[in-house]
Design a protein. Structure first.
Length: 244
């Protein structure tokens, strides 16, 4: 008798997902891929900028287009008067040497006081100025929160101060401590006095509304406080992480 052909068992097909679920899954993969690319790109950029000076920032390019040009010259930190670095740290982030990018004590104080003032560290400001854009945006704040620890882990504290001093805006179209020292006082950054350094630091973070060469009474008081703060962080060791 002829044998009956064996019936082949067919594998059961997995039920296909509904259209909306497929779209959501594809969208989730796309978002994760974008995040991965962004993190890798940020890591590469941070590694490069540990050794090489960042180019003109997004905000600098905007101002250059608006004003027809900006004044900016990169200068190494060892060519800047040490009191300038101490002044800007005292003014913007006195605990710079003791945190990892976020000053949790300052953040708690802001929350307790109702959020009336900022708690942005020097590291956060550097990340924002070099890699992101100005303005209040949850997207920008999220990117800043992701990138700040990355930069802190790759750059020494001294490098963060060096980059910050070279990209901060000190007057309309005046970027960096070299241009600011010459613009306001007619001297190079290496010749800044304690008073001049404190005046420049007092301009931040409102360079368009304050002047280092024509200080108001408020600016004079702010300058005196910064001078005292710069001396204090030198004395108590909070300047050690960025000084030779």
């Amino acid at each position: 008798m002829a044998k009956k052909p064996r019936s082949r068992k067919t594998a059961a097909k997995a039920p296909s997902l509904p259209g909306p679920l497929r779209i959501m899954r594809a969208l989730r993969r796309f978002v994760l891929w974008c995040v991965l690319v962004a993190v890798v790109s940020a890591g590469i950029a941070a590694l490069v900028h540990r050794y090489l000076a960042p180019g003109p920032t997004y905000y600098m390019r905007q101002e250059a287009q608006r004003l027809g040009g900006v004044d900016r010259e990169w200068v190494a930190l060892d060519k800047v008067a040490p009191v300038m670095a101490r002044a800007v740290v005292a003014a913007e982030d006195a605990n710079f040497c003791t945190h990892w990018g976020f000053d949790m004590g300052a953040i708690r104080s802001v929350i307790e006081e109702g959020g009336g003032r900022g708690a942005s560290t020097l590291s956060q400001q550097t990340v924002k100025n070099v890699y992101l854009w100005h303005g209040r945006s949850w997207v920008r704040k999220a990117l800043e929160a992701l990138m700040t620890p990355l930069v802190e882990s790759i750059w020494p504290k001294r490098r963060i101060v060096e980059v910050y001093l070279n990209i901060a805006e000190f007057d309309e179209g005046i970027f960096g401590v070299d241009a600011a020292a010459r613009h306001y006082f007619g001297v190079g950054p290496e010749a800044l006095s304690a008073l001049q350094a404190a005046r420049l630091a007092a301009v931040l973070p409102d360079p368009k509304g304050r002047s280092a060469s024509k200080p108001t009474n408020w600016m004079r008081k702010r300058t005196a406080a910064i001078m005292d703060g710069a001396a204090t962080i030198r004395r108590d060791g909070r300047a050690a992480c960025f000084e030779d």
